[in-house]
Each structure stands twice: as structure tokens, then as C-alpha cells.
Ligand binder design. Structure first.
Ligand code: ZN
Ligand code: ZN
Length: 135
């Protein structure tokens, strides 16, 4: 079983997850823009039971998602690197692909395209959804 290892910029916080993610997305929602200071968040969706923090304790911030359920962001309180968002509605962690030591994953879809800034950049070889893909 493959282990994927990541950390924040300063090294106070480390995490890992097992198995490949169930999805890999570029999210262009307003919250992801604020979180990253960019047009999008590159998130790897990992089941909670496959994810663990292995060093340090992250700071967190919780908001209500569109579903009415909680989204809990976890980040380093020292260097402020965003590490993951715990999405209660979908029972997954959206892990920052950027914080992996060796990221081999590529996005499978773009979501919340309707919230993207006019200068956003979309990959043209993956499906793009105004909000979320139909269930
Ligand atoms: Zn840090
Ligand atoms: Zn988002």
C-alpha cells in the first residue's frame, strides 16, 4: 500500500494518507480563492480513515458549507500553510496536493467554475462543472 506524505512550509505539521485519492479536483469557489490567494485549490479527496496527522497539531477554522454541514479547514498556525479541509457532507478530507512532498496526481475535474474570477485558468483536458458534477 502506497503512503503519501505531506507537510506545511515550515515543517511543524506533517501528515500522511494511504491509498490513492477518490477524486482530484481544482475548486474555484470563493472560499478556496480566499484560502489560497489564488484562483483555485488543488484538492485530493481522501477518506478520513486513510488520513492522519503525524507531527504537530494544526490550527482550524470551521464554516458551514452549501450543504448546511460543516467544512473544517486545518492549517499550520506558524507558517499558515493550508493543509486540508474536512468536508462532513461528503465524508472526505480535501487534502492540499501542493503540500505533498511528491505529488504525482493531476486534476480529474474543475468544480465551482461559476465562482471563478475572470482571470482564472482552467485546464482544457478535464471536465468543468459550474458547481458540482451531477450525482
Ligand atoms: Zn508550518
Ligand atoms: Zn472550493
Amino acid at each position: 500500500m502506497e503512503k503519501h506524505i505531506g507537510s506545511c512550509r515550515c515543517g511543524d505539521i506533517e501528515f500522511c494518507f494511504d491509498n490513492d485519492p477518490i477524486n482530484a479536483i481544482f475548486c474555484y469557489c470563493k472560499d478556496c480563492q480566499a484560502l489560497t490567494g489564488s484562483d483555485k485549490w488543488f484538492g485530493l479527496w481522501v477518506r478520513p480513515e486513510n488520513f492522519a496527522f503525524t507531527k504537530g497539531t494544526p490550527s482550524s477554522f470551521t464554516r458551514l458549507g452549501d450543504s448546511g454541514k460543516e467544512v473544517r479547514y486545518q492549517f499550520c498556525g506558524t507558517c499558515s500553510t493550508a493543509l486540508c479541509a474536512e468536508v462532513a457532507a461528503g465524508n472526505f478530507y480535501s487534502v492540499s496536493a501542493t503540500s505533498l512532498k511528491d505529488n504525482k496526481f493531476t486534476p480529474k475535474m474543475s468544480i465551482y467554475a461559476s465562482s471563478a474570477p475572470v482571470w482564472a485558468i482552467f485546464p482544457n483536458d478535464v471536465p468543468k462543472y459550474e458547481v458540482l458534477p451531477p450525482r
